[in-house]
Design a protein around this ligand. Sequence first.
Ligand SMILES: [Zn+2]
Length: 126
Amino acid sequence: MERVIDCPVCYDKDTCFEDMQDTFNSYMCFNCGFMSNSHYTEGNTDKVESSTKLIQDLKFFDEERKIYWFPSVVNMGKLGIIYPEGSVDNWGWNAMVYGQYEFLKACQAMGIVGNNLHKNPSSAEA
Ligand SMILES: [Zn+2]
């Protein structure tokens, strides 16, 4: 069963959902992007899988439910992945979508390689 709750992180009243299962509840806010579930209690936050240091640093303690909320990492498979990036004081959502043969584009976006890799070496020297 799903119901709308007041988001403890951003106080949004319309887009934060509680999903009630038999054994646990999960939470997702589509305004601030934070998520949680009833397993994320104090001392249990190592259950947050494959999270970055930033995600750990941004965790928010929900006094009402006694659980931690974390920024979401949404892996949409082929469509890409949405994740928080930046520093604790200045971060934002990053959505990366690159096809199977667009590795170079992804590297360029990350600044790993320059934009002139497609030129052949002789013309680049000229
Ligand atoms: Zn929120």
